[in-house]
Design a protein around this ligand. Structure first.
Ligand code: HSE
Length: 305
C-alpha cells in the first residue's frame, strides 16, 4: 500500500478539571487526510481547504509530526500529504491534534503498523508544539486511542484509556479567536493548596464516575477551580451557557480545550439537542456568530476510510 485516506476526529481536551491530562474524541467533526509515501526527501503539503495553513513542513503541524516520524524511519524518504480540514483551526476542539494525530496514524498504516500508539503520540506532539508552543497530549491521545484518555505523564509517555459510558456531547464554537498560546500564557503559575485539593478530588471522581458509569458523579466532578476562572473571561456568555445548560438537564461541561468552544455532556440525545438550543439562544442574544455540533464520544479515534 502506497497511499491511504483517513478520518481524524475532533477532541475535547481537559474535560474541565483535568488540565493537560484528560481528553475525549468526538464522532464529528473530523478532518480528511490523504497520505502517500514519496521518493522526495521531506514532506510535501497540499491544503485543500480555505484555512491558509503553512505549507513549509517545519512550520506546519502535520509537517512537524511527520518529520519527527521520518527521523526514526530511514527506510523511506518522505511523504506527500493532502489535507482537507473541517475542524476550524483555533476552535478549541483539537484542530491541530486532528492534523498531527491523523498524519502519523496514516503514516503508520503505510508502514504496516511499525509503531505503537504511544510512539504515534510522541511524534504527533511535535505538531502540537508548532501550534501552541508546548507539547501536550490531551487532544492527541484521544484522537489516536479513541474514547476518554488519561495522560498520567508525557515524559515518559503513560496513557490510560478510560472505559466511559456512552455520552452525548454538545459543542458551541463562538466565532471569536482565542489562541492556545495566549490562553496558556494568562494562567497563574502558582496555585493554592486548597484549590489543588479540590481539583484532584474532582479529577479522581470524574475518572471513577466514567468507569462506574455514575452519571451524577460525572456531573458533580465537572468543576474546575484553577483554569476556568482565568480563561472563562475570554469567552462571552460562558457563565450563562453553563448555568442554563445544566438547568435543562446537561450533566455539566465547560471550556473545550483552551476555548473558545464550550462543551456540555448529556445522558441522552434529546437533552443534547435541548442544550444546543439553549446555547444558540444565548449566543443569538449576545450577537456573536457560532457553529454548533451535537455528537457522541468517539470510541475508535482515527480510522481508515
Ligand atoms: N490542555 C490544553 C490547554 C489543550 O488547555 O491549553 C489545548 O487544546
Amino acid at each position: 500500500m502506497n497511499k491511504i485516506t483517513i478520518h481524524s476526529p475532533a477532541t475535547v481536551a481537559n474535560i474541565v478539571c483535568g488540565f493537560d491530562i484528560l481528553g475525549f474524541a468526538l464522532n464529528k467533526p473530523n478532518d480528511t487526510i490523504t497520505l502517500s509515501i514519496s521518493d522526495k526527501v521531506g514532506v510535501e503539503i497540499i491544503n485543500e481547504d480555505d484555512f491558509n495553513l503553512p505549507t513549509q513542513a517545519e512550520d506546519n503541524v502535520c509537517g512537524a509530526a511527520l518529520l519527527a516520524l521520518l527521523e526514526e524511519t530511514p527506510e523511506i524518504n518522505g511523504f506527500k500529504l493532502i489535507s482537507k480540514k473541517n475542524i476550524k483551526p483555533g476552535s478549541g476542539i483539537g484542530s491541530s491534534a486532528a492534523s498531527a494525530a491523523g498524519v502519523v496514524f496514516a503514516a503508520n498504516k503505510l508502514l504496516n503498523n511499525k509503531y505503537t500508539n504511544a510512539d504515534l503520540v510522541r511524534f504527533a506532539m511535535n505538531g502540537e508544539k508548532v501550534a501552541s508552543g508546548v507539547k501536550h497530549a490531551d487532544n492527541i491521545a484521544p484522537a489516536i486511542y479513541g474514547g476518554v484518555t488519561l495522560i498520567r505523564s508525557i515524559h515518559p509517555l503513560d496513557i490510560i484509556k478510560i472505559n466511559a459510558p456512552e455520552l452525548h456531547v454538545t459543542v458551541i464554537h463562538p466565532q471569536i479567536e482565542v489562541r492556545t498560546s495566549d490562553a496558556r500564557q494568562i494562567l497563574k503559575q502558582n496555585i493554592l493548596l486548597k484549590n489543588a485539593i479540590k481539583q484532584w478530588g474532582n479529577i479522581a471522581a470524574l475518572v471513577a464516575g466514567f468507569i462506574n458509569h455514575d452519571y451524577d458523579l460525572i456531573g458533580r466532578s465537572l468543576e474546575d477551580v484553577i483554569i476556568e476562572p482565568v480563561r472563562s473571561i475570554l469567552i462571552p456568555g460562558f457563565d450563562e451557557v453553563k448555568k442554563k445548560c445544566k438547568e435543562v438537564g446537561a450533566l455539566g461541561g465547560g471550556i473545550s480545550g483552551s476555548g473558545p468552544s464550550i462543551f456540555m455532556l448529556s445522558q441522552n440525545a434529546n437533552t443534547a439537542r435541548v442544550v444546543e438550543n439553549v446555547m444558540k439562544g444565548i449566543y443569538n442574544k449576545i450577537g456573536v456568530d457560532f457553529q454548533t455540533h451535537v455528537t457522541t464520544i468517539n470510541q475508535e479515534g482515527c480510522k481508515v476510510i
